[in-house]
Design a protein around this ligand. Structure first.
Ligand SMILES: [Fe+2]
Length: 301
């Protein structure tokens, strides 16, 4: 495994496809000092400032980190990394984590506008009670395996999910599945219905007022399967499409090759959005349950 000074890098203990990157304390302190030059308003209002914080991060590694992160995400054999502090030190607060997440993503590509939040990133809570209209914030329901950006026009090559903090949490583990580990990939990928156009829409909270059309499966430049799918948003046009989606949903949830992992607070999971699916296990009921997440999705440079 490659060595980058100021970081600890190793393979995830449950999957060779996921790379763990821990940021050492000294590096965090240097970053915190550099990041303090800008407040969140500057990061939100001035897109070029986002690249400045990204450069601070990359400069600490002689530009090795950006190269490494891009290699992981584009490599079909891996395509996913978990990055976060080796130790939670006092300098790590929510503001620092927004800046760090901004820095990491701006070494990979440009973020899409997140319509739910009205900016390039979204912060949201999962709590005991929820009145929203999607599975995202339903704590006690499985968030089934899916990819992001299925109902928007923009390309969504990658996604980042950062756990800002959590309290009174049991359960709610991250669930990941790589297409090449999925037992039913060949069968579903070769079904002609998966290559038909489906209509995708979204509920009100997503603030997207159009529908898009695309198939569930398509191939990459090397002819390998790629997927764009989420259970809640396709509108099947007929029985054939409805049955196909039901079968697909069951075949994904039924996979025994899912990677189930507990993401530490302060850490982020970043994955290629076309050959990794992600989901979340239900939480154990607790009236004081609270988890805050940050997400950024975007395109490669
Ligand atoms: Fe998602």
């Amino acid at each position: 495994m490659i060595k980058i000074s100021g970081f600890k890098i190793f393979k995830h203990h449950f999957s060779n496809r996921i790379i763990n990157i821990q940021i050492k304390e000294k590096t965090l302190e240097k970053l915190s000092e550099k990041f303090s030059r800008f407040d969140l308003t500057a990061i939100e209002y001035k897109p070029f400032t986002r690249f400045t914080v990204a450069k601070y991060l990359d400069d600490l590694t002689n530009n090795e980190l950006s190269k490494f992160l891009n290699e992981i995400l584009r490599d079909r054999k891996t395509g996913c990394f978990i990055i976060g502090p080796e130790k939670l030190i006092s300098k790590i607060d929510d503001i620092f984590l927004v800046k760090l997440s901004t820095a990491i993503t701006h070494l990979i590509g440009t973020p899409n506008h997140d319509s739910m939040a009205g900016k390039f990133y979204a912060r949201f809570h999962v709590k005991h009670e929820d009145k929203s209209d999607s599975y995202l914030r339903k704590a006690y329901t499985n968030l089934d395996l899916h990819t992001d950006g299925t109902y928007i026009k923009e390309t969504t090559d990658w996604l980042m999910m950062t756990k800002i903090e959590e309290k009174n949490v049991e359960g709610g583990e991250s669930v990941m599945l790589h297409l090449d580990d999925w037992e039913y990939c060949k069968e579903l990928y070769n079904d002609p219905i998966g290559r038909e156009n489906f209509t995708w829409s979204s509920p009100k909270s997503k603030n997207v007022d159009y529908k898009v059309e695309h198939p569930v499966f398509f191939e990459d430049s090397k002819g390998l399967p790629q997927i764009s799918y989420i259970d809640q948003f396709p509108e099947p046009k007929n029985m054939k499409q409805g049955q196909f989606l039901q079968k697909l949903s069951e075949a994904l949830e039924g996979s025994i090759n899912k990677v189930i992992t507990k993401l530490p607070a302060g850490s982020a999971i970043v994955a290629n959005n076309y050959f990794w699916l992600h989901g979340r296990k239900p939480f154990k009921e607790n009236k004081n349950l609270s988890r805050e997440l940050l997400r950024i999705r975007g395109k490669f440079f």
